[in-house]
Design a protein around this ligand. Structure first.
Ligand code: VAH
Length: 319
């Protein structure tokens, strides 16, 4: 990676990944692009372009103008929104991906796009889900993710495009909140713990799902992109995870820091159905052996850091 275009740069992953990439590769080497503009620091701290990823010409023009050699394509709708707006999800998630792959093919770029634990479905083995297994998801988001994995492998085999991907679990961060995902509860719960000391979960007790702290996810993306291509047996996409947790486990970890924290439930049947179709825990052995994936934060370490970062921000706001 030398000159990198990041689409969906103001989203949950992009807003932190761009900052980190600019630290490593240099401010002018990372072009951030998003559909909307905002006062977010990444729109000021380096190249920023407005981009609708369904506009193939505009994407090509930007990538070509900056002479990028890497495309990190993040722009997508998350699972709960995709389920509400399946046609929009197909057009945006698949149309955007196809355009990003075509731009990368024409300009000979290295390519990354995230897949998800949402690429698995009810018939997938639920525990320690293998790298290579049944993928018959029953959500539009999952259909998009499996199709995306196949498309990226197709471009690798047919055109020799250096495509790489991760099946990311729910990502937890104190910087940019997610929007419209099934695992969003695992972020909201920390914000609520700090602001009101209680949280009502829309996901039921016992719904174990894989999660990861954002710093580990950013490192995983960069480590995979920097990995020696000849060592990769898999490409699209690698299982990665740091923990498998349900709302009770997160609440218990929060209580280690904030003993009075209260958790109750008001289940959202739509998001619960999506969660029920996903694995309880996935096996990341292939990522560990092929390119050395490792996560530094477990539930305890992540909870400590989340609560201290959010408390600090709250104190600064009040000051
Ligand atoms: C979602 N966070 O909930 C996303 C993700 C692990 C699932 O892809 O939609």
């Amino acid at each position: 990676m030398n000159k990198i275009l990041v689409t969906g740069a103001l989203g949950q992953i992009g807003s932190e990944l761009v900052v980190k990439l600019r630290e490593i590769y240099g401010v002018d080497h990372v072009v951030a692009a998003d559909l909307r503009s905002s006062s977010h620091e990444i729109t000021q701290s380096g190249p920023f372009e407005l981009l609708d990823v369904t506009n193939a010409k505009a994407m090509f023009e930007i990538a070509n103008r900056y002479k990028v050699d890497t495309v990190i394509h993040l722009a997508a709708l998350l699972s709960a929104v995709a389920e509400e707006k399946p046609l929009l999800a197909w057009n945006l998630n698949m149309g955007g991906l196809m355009n990003a792959l075509e731009v990368s093919r024409e300009l000979g770029c290295q390519f990354f796009t995230p897949s998800s634990i949402g690429s698995f479905g009810p018939s997938t083995p639920k525990d320690n889900t293998p790298q290579d297994t049944i993928q018959r998801p029953n959500t539009m988001y999952g259909v998009n993710k499996v199709s995306g994995e196949l498309l990226c492998d197709y471009y690798f085999h047919k055109y020799g495009l250096d495509t790489r991907g991760l099946r990311l679990p729910g990502l937890i961060s104190y910087m940019t909140p997610p929007g419209g995902g099934t695992t969003d509860y695992a972020v909201e719960i920390y914000y609520a713990a700090v602001s009101t000391g209680r949280y009502t979960s829309y996901i039921a007790k016992g719904s174990d799902m894989d999660m990861m702290y954002m710093p580990d996810a950013l490192n995983a993306i960069i480590d995979l992109m920097e990995a020696d291509s000849s060592l990769l047996i898999h490409r699209n996409s690698f299982n990665v995870t740091a923990m498998s947790v349900d709302p009770e486990a997160i609440a218990a970890a929060i209580r280690d820091e904030f003993p009075g924290f209260i958790l109750d439930y008001d289940i959202d049947p739509k998001r619960q159905a999506i969660a029920d179709s996903w694995p309880h825990s996935i096996d990341a052995t292939a990522a560990k052996t092929e390119w050395g994936f490792h996560a530094r934060y477990d539930l305890k370490a992540m909870t400590k850091d989340m609560l201290s970062q959010l408390s600090e921000r709250q104190m600064l706001r009040k000051a």
